[in-house]
Write a protein that binds this ligand. Sequence first.
Ligand code: SF4
Length: 370
Amino acid sequence: MERPDQSDQENLQLAGCPAGGKPAPTIYDAESVEAVRRRQAVQPHRMKLFRNALFKHAKDWGEALELLPPPARSEMEREVAFETLSLAGRQDSSVDGASKLAFQTQDGCLVESVVLRPRTGRTSLCISSQVGCACYCSFCATGLMGFTRNLAAAEILDQVGQACRLVKAEGRSLRNVVFMGMGEPLLNLDQVSSAVEFLLAPEFFHLSGSRITVSTVGIPEAMVRFARCFPGVQLALSLHSARQPVRERLMPQARRYPLDMLRESLVEAACNGKVMIEYLMLAGVNDSDEDLAALMAYLSGIPVHINIIPFNEFSGCNLRGTPRPARERFALRLKQAGFDTTLRYSLGSDIAAACGQLVRHRKGTGHGAG
Ligand code: SF4
């Protein structure tokens, strides 16, 4: 597939909408829902019950609609789409309780979300922000598939809405939402920001910022803008190397945004609190003593929490993960140097749902993700 020019990508970003013009109103479009309320003269407290049922208690929309007077119920059903995505497939891990959900958009694209059920009981959802990705990170299956389009805020939020209902049926509730699925969220900044506002809003999902994580490969200006707009939301930077040539090899975006430039944005974003640093460990690529020294020097004096992540291999990629004992030594030396460091493990790797393994784009053209 031919790689889109960055300017094409940014034009799409400015358009901020799926292909095909103005989307129909959805339940995530507060103005349209309010317009129905006004036309039908529904009391505000009835609307509040309706919204709480949908977004806080993850009720089925049919059940939530019962809370509205019949004429308002009919108009709402007629005028507002309750789901913008249809569930096209589901795979459940046989080893760790992760579930990969494949959603189809109205224009036939496929995106994936992953429900993670770690032993801590903190159910998390990893969501997509774009169909494919234009960043082409060499360790990521999504990146190797190219970019199709940005997701609209409603499509981002519907991944959350549907997953909330799914886990509620299991007696769980979603604790964390992480933007770590398909796509680079900060290259879809407007729609991602609208979605984050909705997730935070007391009248809708009312998640606290600390339960939302937005992960980026490092788009400096957008990082600063996002951190200023959402000071309570957790930002995660996929650093993966503090050596410029190595980072460029792993992440083409690093050519455009060199480490020096990125560090300035990181310092500014970290004014709000610790930034997560994601460090994927790749054998013979970024796991030497020289890499460790560069990482420590780069992050020195910045409030960060470093996550050391195992690599999930996939076909067509010749990178290999650093073995666990070496990852443990690397993490230990970071801790000894005074850095908050966590050695992560992957959930969902047996169903290609782990970090960097999501690849489907369009019905019938998926690879590797089943
Ligand atoms: S790691 Fe993230 S930014 Fe990089 S190609 Fe994959 S989805 Fe895109």
